[in-house]
Design a protein around this ligand. Sequence first.
Ligand code: M6R
Length: 609
Amino acid sequence: MCGIVGYIGKREALPILMDGLKRLEYRGYDSAGISVFSGGKVVTERAVGKVAELENKINGKKISGCIGIAHTRWATHGKPTEKNAHPHCDCQKNIFLVHNGIIENYKELKEDLEKAGHKFSSETDTEIVAHLIEEYEKQVPLKEAVWRTLAHISGTYGLAIVDQKNPGKIIIARNGSPLVLGVMEDGYIIASDIAPIVCYTDRVIYLDDGEMAELTDESHKITNFKRKKVEKEISKIDWSVEEAEKKGYPHFMLKEITEQPEAVENSIRGRLVAPEGIAKLGGLRDVAEKTRHLKRIVVVSCGTSYYAGLVGKYMLEEYAGIRTDVEHASEFRYRKPLLDENTAVVAISQSGETADTLAAIREAKNKGALTLGIVNVVGSTIARETDAGVYNHAGPEIGVASTKAFTSQLSILALLTLFLGRQREMSLVTGKRIAEELAEIPHLMRRILKKANDIKMIAEKYSEYSNFLYLGRKYNYPIAMEGALKIKEISYVHAEGYPFGEMKHGPIALIDKNFPTMAIATSDSVYEKTLSGIQEVKARSGKVIAIATKGDREIQKMVDDVIYIPKTLEMLTPLLSVIPLQLFAYYCAVSKGLDVDKPRNLAKSVTVE
Ligand code: M6R
């Protein structure tokens, strides 16, 4: 949701900024722009579309200097046009800034500024920040002008600001939108997340809400918005550059689908004690006494992470015996959720920055609930703001469509089920069984991935259909919804994800020979019922692709195409059944020639509400 990069130091800024924009492009790709101090003035270039368009525009121009800021946009206020692209500036074209977030009170401020004679050149909320700083700078120095501006704006922002009248510095500020400061040997790189930073340094400072930093090529001074100095710890990033690159794959999405066995291995490594049938979750050690007495869990999350939560509900209720409710984070905060000290609110988030999920966690904290995080990005806001939590360790996920983060979330939820179940009435035998089966999952995933070519052929066969029904029961009902989300996101194909049993209550009316069904029909406790559902689809001339358990020959006679997955414990089936659906969506999109890693209108990390 918009990506910001900035550099100040001894090197040429432009290559660092452009490389950073490419690495952040998954956050937004409607337009992009840079401002660099070059030849004593700030040179700004902006272009509509992807970063490559900006690169073409800049190509051959002499832009040379060691300080600059850059932005890749996911439009909120104002269409994706060049004049709405960042950086934005004041009337005198001295102050240039990039922004991620939304300034909520921009309309009132804009009216006041216009009355004071300011002329605006964009439709964005962001531009008012540059004009406000300009206004204050008439009376006070830049830093004080920024402080005063921040006191007047409300909403969310990660900001990076340069001022032609104050060369040699960048000011950054954070409120509700992520901002990370990379500490290099010879300068600083700032970014919305660590993707552009890992290439230059593994030492970072995570800015918190209400903090501002003044950077020169040799120093950083961090204060809060009340002008008080803040001492911040320098943390070490454990993601490597290689992990954040495509490694020869045509798309990040395919790379990340293929990485799932390792991602799950990393999620469970050192946490499963199979002989004792327990999970050791270091991140929950300090709250273990509290979790022992929990009566209820509420999962808050969005999109794919929400579907992971739904699978978690089935796991936690069946095996740990804890009532579990799963809520769309975007709804949770607007109703009056009933929470108490016996409830834990668990945020599931790959990025750890999703604004809706963050707001839900803050609401839960206010209401006195224990807050826990299942988060992939180390040091992200949700990870830092929850009372305790478990990191996924899935490695960076760059493709906008979430894949390996999802299966690693499921493996953490299985660990959590084991952890909480064994604190309660789960037997040693059951605990051991879950632990042993979970340890086998990466190996079973590899077997499915070896069949990717078969799935590709099926996807190509169906890629011209414009509607799909995805159906599953029990543990595979959330997987049906996740599969439908995947194909919607990257293939722009309409797909309905439904619980199989609900089909006859409405969606069955859609079925005809042009409306295929993806049926998850694994050999589990609801297999027979699922088969009846498939018969109902076939009776209406609907085509069926089934995801079935290896060895099930019967189903072949009933459906048009079958994709087999290996047998595992029913509660762990989603970790396997989702993989063919990810590959199916991927190959459908590829056969349509679509930009898989940057689907239209989407952004990887949704940091606005
Ligand atoms: O970073 P988060 O897990 O909090 O993100 C939540 C959703 O925005 C995300 O899962 C989204 O639905 C993905 N594009 C799904 O592929």
